[in-house]
Design a protein around this ligand. Structure first.
Ligand code: M6R
Length: 612
C-alpha cells in the first residue's frame, strides 16, 4: 500500500525523505515522488513511475531539491494507472500546495465535477488530486492552510492519511488521518510524519500514532495535535525498541529468507515469557477467568495468511475448549449481518494491525457488543488500539510482502490462548495440556533442524519449479496448512496453485489431475495418515507427480510411495503446522528464485492492505 514520509527540521529534506521511502518499499508501490518547500519560496515536485532508484537518479539523490520541509510518497495504484502523472505528490492548480495520500476519497468524482465547473483543471486520474485542488479552493478564500485543511476534511468522504505542504508556510507540515495509518515522530530539532515506523527509525524512536479524525501541525520544534472538534490533544508516546538491523537484510539475499530463518528466535520471544512453571500465563490479557468461562462462541476474523492461522486455530481451539469456533474472512464478516453479541469473543488476527477489512470487521463486532481480543505484530497499530485485549506476537518488523515469521508467531500465540482458556475452563486433561506446552517449547529447536536441511529443500524446489499448476492437499490441520502453503507459492512464484481438503478431491477437483500434475500431499497428521496415503495413491493413479510432507515416524512408509519427500520431526498433533509451514515457505521461496521472481515485492501485492 502507499507509503508516506514527511520531514521538517534544519537539514535538507529530500535525502531524508528518499531514505524513508526506501524503508517503506516493502509495502509495495508502482511510483514515487517528493515535494519540498524551496529555500526561496515555491515548491519543487519530482515524481516518477517505477522504482525509487529512478527518483534518486532524477533528483541526484535529492540534491536537486533544496529545502528543509518536505513530503514523500510511494504509490500503489487504485484510481488511475501507474504513471508519472498519477504519482504523488499532487499539486494544486496555483502550485502552492502539495499533497500525499494513502486511502481512497470515495466522493472524488462529485468533487472533481464541482471544481471543474469552478474552473479547475485536473491533470491526473486519481482521487487524491481532488484533495489538492479542494485545498487550493478553500485556501484562496481563507489564506490559512490549516483552516483550508479543516474545510477540505469536512467535504471529503472516505479513508485518508494525508501529508500536506504549502509554499506560503515553508516550515510546516499538516497531517490528517481517517481509516489509514499515520504516525508522528519526535526528533531532535526536527519532526516527522510516516505511514510506519520503519521509515523514520533511523532518526527517532519516539513516536505517537494519530487516531481517526485527528489533524496535526508539524514544525521543526513542535507538533500540535487536534481532534475532530479542533481541541488540542495530548497523546501517549511509544518508544520503539526494534534494532535497526531488524529492518535490514543482514547478509540474506531477500527479506523473506531472512524472516524464514528468524522464526525460531521469533517463536522463542513470543512464547518464552508466556510459559512459566509449565503453565501458560497471559499477563497482558485483561479478561477475567469469569469472563472466559462465560464465552458462548469464538469467532476468528482475519485476511490472507492471518486467516489461515485462524483455520489452524479452529481445529486446535475446538479440540482444546470443546467450544464452537467460527473462522470468517474479515471482508465477508463485515457485510454478513453477523450473529455475534456480548456473550461472544472475537479474536482478530493481523500482522500489520492496519488491514482495512479486518479493522472494519473488528468495528462491526464491537458495535454488536462482542469482546475483541487481537493478535497483532505492530505495537500501537490501529487494530491493537481498538481492541479490548491485545496479545503482541513480538516478531519484530516483517518486511517481505509474503508473511512467514508473523504467520508462525500468530499461530504460537493463538495456541497459547487456547491453552490458557482450556486451563481456565477446565476442558483439557492435564497430560494433554502438558504435552502441548512441552511441544510449544520444542518448536524453535525443531524449526532449526528443518532450516539446517535447507539444501535438500532447494534441490526439490529446483525439480518442481517448472510446473505451472500445483495442488496442495491435506486433511484436518494439514488442510489448514495447505491453504498457507498454496498461498505462499502462488504469491511469490506466480505458479497457479490450489489447496483442497483431500476428501473433496473426488467431488470435482480430481478431474484436473493429469499426467505430470504436481500434487503436494501434506500428510503430517498421524491419526489420518492412512487416509492421506490413499489420497496419494488416488492421484498417482491419475498420473500426478507427488511431493509429500510427512513426519519422521512416517518417513519409511511414505518414501516407498512417492518420488519426492520432505519431513519434519514428530510433535504434538496440534503443533504440526507450526513445523510443517517451514519447508513449505522454503519450497515457495526457492521455486520463486528459480523462476527469477521479485520475491520481496511480488507484483500487484502490498504488505499492508489499507484499502478495501
Ligand atoms: O497485516 P495482516 O496480517 O492483517 O495482513 C493480512 C493479509 O494481507 C496478509 O496475511 C497476506 O495474505 C500475506 N502478506 C500473504 O503472505
Amino acid at each position: 500500500m502507499c507509503g508516506i514520509v514527511g520531514y521538517v527540521g534544519n537539514e535538507q529534506a529530500a535525502p531524508i525523505l528518499l531514505d524513508g521511502l526506501e524503508r517503506l518499499e516493502y509495502r509495495g508501490y508502482d511510483s514515487a515522488g517528493l515535494a519540498v518547500c524551496g529555500e526561496h519560496g515555491g515548491l519543487t515536485v519530482k515524481k516518477t513511475k517505477g522504482r525509487l532508484q529512478v527518483l534518486r537518479e532524477m533528483t541526484h539523490d535529492g540534491a536537486d531539491q533544496p529545502g528543509c520541509t518536505g513530503i514523500g510518497h510511494t504509490r500503489w495504484a487504485t484510481h488511475g494507472v501507474p504513471n508519472d502523472v498519477n504519482a504523488h505528490p499532487h499539486v494544486s492548480q496555483s502550485g502552492h500546495i502539495a499533497v500525499v495520500h494513502n486511502g481512497i476519497i470515495e466522493n472524488y468524482a462529485e468533487i472533481r465535477r464541482e471544481l471543474t465547473e469552478k474552473g479547475y483543471h485536473f491533470q491526473s486520474e486519481t482521487d487524491t488530486e481532488v484533495v489538492a485542488q479542494l485545498l487550493d479552493y478553500f485556501y484562496q478564500d481563507c489564506n490559512d492552510i490549516f483552516e483550508a485543511v479543516v474545510r477540505m476534511i469536512h467535504t471529503v468522504d472516505g479513508a485518508y492519511a494525508l501529508g500536506i505542504v504549502c509554499a506560503d508556510c515553508p516550515d510546516r507540515l499538516i497531517a490528517a488521518r481517517k481509516d489509514a495509518p499515520l504516525l508522528l515522530g519526535y526528533g531532535k530539532d526536527c519532526n516527522f510524519i510516516a505511514s510506519d515506523v520503519t521509515a523514520i527509525i533511523r532518526h527517532t524512536r519516539d513516536i505517537t500514532y494519530m487516531e481517526d479524525g485527528e489533524m496535526a501541525v508539524v514544525e521543526g520544534d513542535s507538533i500540535r495535535i487536534y481532534n475532530s472538534q479542533l481541541q488540542p490533544v495530548e497523546k501517549k508516546h511509544y518508544y520503539i525498541d526494534w534494532e535497526i538491523d531488524a529492518a535490514e537484510k543482514g547478509g540474506y539475499d531477500h527479506f523473506m529468507l531472512k524472516e524464514i530463518f528468524e522464526q525460531p528466535v521469533a517463536i522463542r520471544k513470543a512464547i518464552a515469557p508466556r510459559i512459566q512453571g509449565g503453565k501458560v500465563v497471559l499477563r497482558d490479557l485483561k479478561m477475567t477467568p469469569e469472563e472466559i468461562r462465560h464465552i458462548r462462541k469464538i469467532f476468528i476474523i482475519a485476511c490472507g495468511s492471518s486467516y489461515h492461522v485462524g483455520m489452524v486455530g479452529k481445529y486446535n481451539l475446538e479440540r482444546m475448549l470443546r467450544k464452537s469456533v467460527e473462522v470468517v474472512l474479515a471482508s465477508e464478516f463485515r457485510y454478513s449481518d453477523p450473529i455475534v453479541g456480548p456473550e461472544d469473543l472475537v479474536i482478530v488476527i493481523s500482522q500489520s494491525g492496519e488491514t482495512l477489512d479486518t479493522m472494519a470487521a473488528l468495528r462491526e463486532a464491537k458495535k454488536r457488543g462482542a469482546r475483541i481480543l487481537s493478535i497483532v505484530n505492530v505495537v500501537g497499530s490501529s487494530i491493537a488500539r481498538e481492541s479490548d485485549d491485545v496479545l503482541y506476537t513480538w516478531a519484530g518488523p516483517e518486511i517481505a510482502v509474503a508473511t512467514t515469521k508473523a504467520y508462525s508467531t500468530q499461530m504460537a500465540v493463538l495456541n497459547l490462548v487456547g491453552l490458557y482458556f482450556a486451563d481456565v475452563m477446565g476442558t483439557m486433561l492435564k497430560s494433554d495440556y502438558d504435552e502441548v506446552v512441552k511441544g510449544l517449547q520444542e518448536i524453535p529447536g525443531k524449526m532449526e533442524s528443518i532450516l539446517s536441511r535447507v539444501d535438500d529443500i532447494k534441490a526439490i524446489a529446483k525439480e518442481c519449479a517448472g510446473h505451472e499448476n500445483v495442488f496442495f492437499i491435506g486433511r484436518n490441520v494439514d488442510y489448514a496448512l495447505s491453504l498457507e502453503g498454496s498461498l505462499k507459492l502462488k504469491e511469490i512464484s506466480y505458479i497457479h496453485s490450489e489447496a483442497y481438503a483431500s476428501g473433496e478431491l473426488k467431488h470435482g477437483t480430481i478431474s484436473l489431475i493429469e499426467d505430470g500434475t504436481l500434487v503436494i500431499a501434506l500428510s503430517t497428521y498421524g491419526p489420518l495418515f492412512d487416509k492421506a496415503m490413499s489420497n496419494v495413491v488416488e492421484v498417482q493413479a491419475r498420473g500426478a507427480c507427488v511431493l509429500a510432507l510427512t513426519t519422521d515416524s512416517h518417513r519409511a512408509e511414505m518414501e516407498k510411495a512417492v518420488p519426492m519427500l520432505l519431513t519434519i520431526s514428530d510433535i504434538q498433533e496440534m503443533l504440526l503446522p507450526q513445523l510443517g509451514v517451514v519447508p513449505l515457505q522454503l519450497l515457495a521461496y526457492y521455486m520463486a528464485l528459480e523462476r527469477g521472481c521479485d520475491i520481496d515485492k511480488p507484483r500487484n501485492l502490498a504488505k499492508s492492505v489499507t484499502v478495501e
